[in-house]
Design a protein around this ligand. Structure first.
Ligand SMILES: [Cu+2]
Length: 170
């Protein structure tokens, strides 16, 4: 008798807690859909200093190991690449990349002669990063001689859509 009663009341309590949990999930979901998505995207768009300050819970993984200060920070989105400098000293260069989506992107380095917005990537990619999902960061380090380079996204079609920037190595 007692055990039956206990089981029933425990069962009732569990049902109540599950119901309460479901309600809270719905409320939180409505808040996220209502305000979160567009605001997060808009605030993430500004580049360089402001996005690092405003944008990132993932700020920790954004901090590069200071590789002799010779680093460039990139923010990629559909379909553009923003970079905080377009001229850099020759030698070991660190490329820090953040993708703010919505598509996966990467960074590849080519000689300027080997790629163009109109023609895509026509020659060798000197080095490329992993292709990363929106919200992710990655980095690569490349040794570059002085010259004219392009920084591109090597995902097929993305150069033609505008994901190409000039980089001068001095
Ligand atoms: Cu891309």
């Amino acid at each position: 008798m007692r055990s039956t009663t206990t089981k029933r009341s425990v069962g009732g309590l569990v049902a109540f807690v599950i119901g309460l949990g479901a309600t809270m999930v719905l409320v939180i979901g409505a808040l996220v859909v209502g305000s979160g998505a567009p605001a997060a995207f808009v605030t993430a768009v500004p580049v360089a200093g402001s996005s690092a300050a405003a944008g990132s819970a993932a700020a920790g993984s954004d901090q590069p190991a200071p590789a002799g200060d010779n680093a460039i920070n990139f923010v990629e989105k559909d379909f553009a690449i923003a970079m905080d400098k377009s001229t850099i000293k020759a030698g070991s260069i660190t490329f820090n990349i953040k993708n703010i989506g919505p598509s996966p992107h990467n960074i590849g380095i080519t000689k300027e002669a080997d790629s163009s917005k109109g023609g895509g990537i026509t020659g060798p990619v000197i080095k490329d990063s992993a292709t990363i999902d929106p919200g992710k960061t990655t980095s690569i380090t490349v040794d570059l001689q002085p010259g004219a380079y392009n920084v591109v996204c090597t995902v097929p079609g993305h150069v033609q859509l505008g994901m190409i920037m000039k980089l001068t190595v001095q």
